[in-house]
Ligand binder design. Structure first.
Ligand code: FE2
Length: 464
């Protein structure tokens, strides 16, 4: 259901919370209507002939000393070179890297030239300038590399899922950009929602790339694929899964010995981040299964204490939307997550916000009747944050009563900030979009499962 943008600002503001069987169901009630995608002319190309656009960067290796710089030139393949130098130096000392260039056709659409250049052997904790294009159409950007990986290195991540390109998406994105703390983005899938347009209009992939550029060009976004990246449309002859996404978004999967860009890992500061694909095979002996089985034991918590998993379809979700869609993946992998003491699992897909308690369902077998999640100090906290604000609207239909595993849930749009302080403590805040403000609606300390496996729920002070 949609309404015109003129009438869609009605919010019912009741910000008290109610408790029930589980945790808190916030009574803040957001308008239930989906907002429209912003018109495509809201995302103009930069001025100049063949000017580079849709610039985005992501970590380019396992340790954080490389960066993949990606961009599109709409009309010509060249220039496909990035020039870069330390910010404290000058252009005369610049280096160059050539991109691998690709393009694709999707039904009646032909993409521009999509460039991916990996720049390597960067210094840690150093600001770099980089430049794309040439002559008067040159565009200049910057980024800061992460500190050397280590157990007590503080680092701050943003978390967004299911962003899309509506007016609500814009609020989420602007709130995130205005928050000066975040150094990199953990994006949990569903980027452009191009597939909600006729013939999966890939022009909406271009407009999304321009929409988010003012963040993605300056800090790495760590990408996860969601169902809206599949772009499968056999009725128009499009039968290659993830075609636009994989052409446009490169990740360093080979650095973690993955055979697919849809699942991979990186280390960054004090975090070890594993990205999984909810829409690729993960059954026993599949490549993703085999990779994850080998991957989890490799994580050295003395080096990277914070073990964080990103995936798209949540394993624990008390919303009627997409209820239990993540169940088969949970059955395959949950016992591994508990064994290896994963700290946090971020998912999207459900267009709402929810944080779980530390629970697991691994003791269940067909004869013992233990078919509900139980408190488990070795289990992750599961956070569903598919609330970026896309064209499909809010998921405002929670199951009642609130299940015991659900700590906090709210049907609003927003983003989160995760601040890793040291090897034991992290501070987390979810910011709801409340009219034009980002309001901290759910915040908590997380204790590291390896170094400090205490109970966050019943601690009276953050340092308990
Ligand atoms: Fe999704």
């Amino acid at each position: 259901m949609r309404v015109s943008t003129g009438v869609c600002l009605l919010l019912l503001l009741q910000v008290t919370a109610v408790c029930c069987n589980g945790g808190v169901t916030s009574t803040y009630v957001r308008k239930p209507y989906a907002s429209l995608d912003m018109p495509i002319h809201h995302f103009p190309s930069p001025p100049g002939f063949n000017a580079p656009e849709q610039v985005h960067i992501t970590q380019g290796d396992h340790e954080g000393r490389s960066m993949i710089i990606s961009w599109v030139t709409p009309l010509h393949r060249s220039p496909n070179v990035v020039r870069y130098w330390e910010a404290k130096g000058n252009f005369n000392n610049h280096h160059k890297a050539h991109a691998k260039t690709t393009s694709y056709r999707y039904y009646n659409y032909t993409s521009g030239y999509i460039h991916h250049a990996t720049i390597r052997r960067l210094k840690h904790d150093t600001e770099y300038i980089y430049e794309l294009g040439k002559h008067k159409h040159t565009r200049r950007f910057s980024f800061t590399t992460p500190p050397k990986v280590g157990p007590d290195v503080p680092y701050t991540f943003g978390v967004i899922g299911d962003l899309g390109q509506t007016y609500d998406s814009n609020q989420t994105f602007e709130h995130y950009v205005a928050n000066p703390k975040s150094q990199a983005m953990l994006f949990v899938g569903d980027l452009s929602y191009a597939d909600d347009h006729p013939f999966h209009d890939s022009n909406r992939w271009d407009s999304w790339g321009r929409f988010v550029e003012k963040s993605t060009a300056y800090q790495p976004w760590i990408w996860t694929a969601g169902n809206h990246e599949l772009d499968l449309a056999p009725e128009i002859g499009e039968i290659t899964p993830f075609k636009p996404y994989l052409h446009r978004y490169n990740v360093p999967h080979k650095a973690s010995k993955s055979t697919s860009p849809l699942w991979y890992s990186i280390k960054r500061a004090s975090a070890y981040i594993i990205v999984l694909s909810s829409y690729s095979a993960y059954g026993k002996y599949t490549p993703q299964y085999n990779w994850l089985k080998e991957e989890l034991p490799k994580v050295n918590r003395a080096e990277t204490p914070w073990l964080i998993v990103l995936l798209h379809s949540p394993w624990y979700n008390s919303n009627n939307y997409h209820y239990m869609e993540g169940e088969s993946m949970r059955v395959m992998f949950e016992s591994w997550f508990v064994k290896h003491k994963v700290d946090l699992v971020f998912a999207g897909h459900v267009h709402s916000y929810e944080r779980s308690k530390r629970i697991s369902n691994v003791k269940y077998n067909i004869t013992n009747g233990l078919s509900t999640p139980v408190s488990d100090a070795s289990a992750p906290v599961y956070i569903t944050i598919g609330d970026g604000g896309n064209i499909e609207g809010i998921a405002d239909n929670f199951t009642e009563p609130q299940p015991s595993y659900s700590a906090f849930r709210e049907a609003s749009f927003g983003h989160a900030i995760l601040e890793l302080k040291n090897r034991t403590h992290a501070y987390y805040t979810w910011h709801r979009n409340q009219e034009n403000e980002a309001v901290a609606a759910d915040s908590t300390w997380f204790y590291n499962r390896y170094w400090y496996p205490h109970d966050e729920e019943h601690s009276s002070t953050p340092m308990d």
